[in-house]
Design a protein around this ligand. Sequence first.
Ligand code: XMP
Length: 512
Amino acid sequence: SVLIVDFGSQVTQLIARRVREAGVYSEIAPFNRADEAFERLRPKGIILSGGPSSVMWDDSPRAPQHFFGAGIPILAICYGQQTMAHQLGGRVAPSDNREFGRAFIEIVSDSVLFDGLWKPGESHQVWMSHGDRVEALPDGFSVAARSEGAPYAVATDEARRFFSLMFHPEVVHTPDGGKLLANFVRHVCGLAGDWTMAEFREAKIAEIKEQVGSGRVICGLSGGVDSAVAAVLIHEAIGDQLTCVFVDHGLMRANEAEQVVSLFRNHYNIPLVHADAEALFLGGLAGVTDPEAKRKFIGKTFIDIFEEEAGKIGGAEFLAQGTLYPDVIESVSFTGGPSVTIKSHHNVGGLPERMNMKLIEPLRELFKDEVRALGRELGLPKAFVGRHPFPGPGLAIRIPGEVTKERCDILRKADSIYLEEIRNAGLYDAIWQAFAVLLPVKTVGVMGDGRTYDNVCALRAVTSTDGMTADIYPFDAAFLSRTATRIINEVRGINRVVYDYTSKPPGTIEWE
Ligand code: XMP
């Protein structure tokens, strides 16, 4: 296995993901618990992540010093490079020539890291994000690639098998980055590259069995793919020690609640409690317009209902959730560093402190497409696994302003027409997520001979691989006008349709 030491980068999980893609098992440990993980795993390779700190700050994080004497290959990225250089006797300084974003590096010498990939004299695109830079290399290191702003874009000690990169190989904007990481884990560390999703399933099942013992688990179903995959996985591990609770907040898309109930009860025979709480949720949302207030209310109420249902079931001490990695990273900084909360994701941010159940989150380190692969591995119906993501807070965050039953019904109609058109055009699987948004804005229109004064509906469709970045889907004009016409003609309450042309960043996928 490979141990990834996390210094608080926003993209550390992407390193783990690339390592999984290379068919190798890895675990991430925060820098201050890396020792413990090292003892347990006895890794064949170590990767030091990037991070927001500067090695020149007092108390900035370090890798355990003995890692450098363990005879194990080390790949150090960005902040990892700086702390490695510093810890091995090199010198790091603030750079006058800060580089952020796309940059080109020139390869100046061979390295085993570049095997079959890069040759001296070539230039390659990478993704830089750094303020400091290494000024003097530690003994034994030499330059393998440089960029304009970074004389040591890649510096290596081939004998000790220490490799350091000033750029991020784990992000898609470094096109060869996945291959560099694969070279590290396979060629340098000698790992076989035969780890698969089937093994992930087995490993997780064993882990869940061990964690739960003879205890009882309740699992919150949201209606989406993630919680369903988590529930089926957990059911495989512990059978009827699991009860699923579907808290129906009334903020689902058209017919969705019925589909979930039938999939679990009839197809899987998994015990399911269907808690119809629409009135409670809509009551609590009355008058609430602030996005974070909505999210927090829904998250909290969701958990309240769980607790209540858990009380009825009796003896459940574990709560299972389908939290994915992007939910985690955008909600909290788990090395305790100062990272910004973009949105309180419903699965994470709404958890009240007083919750008295232990959490099981078997998908916590996965990205959406990996969850889909796991779902297929578990035999979930293809159409279900392929469904677009749907946020925990449901339609509430697609209705900016106050959420009412009437507005939910209007939105459901528009949304299902939109999705029907997308399916008819054969575009559903090419799109990561498509949905309608009901704006709290009324505009004037004319229908027949009459004046209308009604709501604006915005359509959103994006492509993405993990939800962390996204591009708009470029529908052709005919598709958009056909869909807009249908929505305006068929949905009472909407007289104008607009298309959202914002990528992420700077936008987010959902509107709230
Ligand atoms: P944003 O809007 O943050 O969304 O760009 C990224 C992805 O996450 C989904 N999303 C959520 N999923 N609970 C969830 O389970 C939430 O609270 C939540 N908020 C956003 C969103 O639909 C997109 O796929």
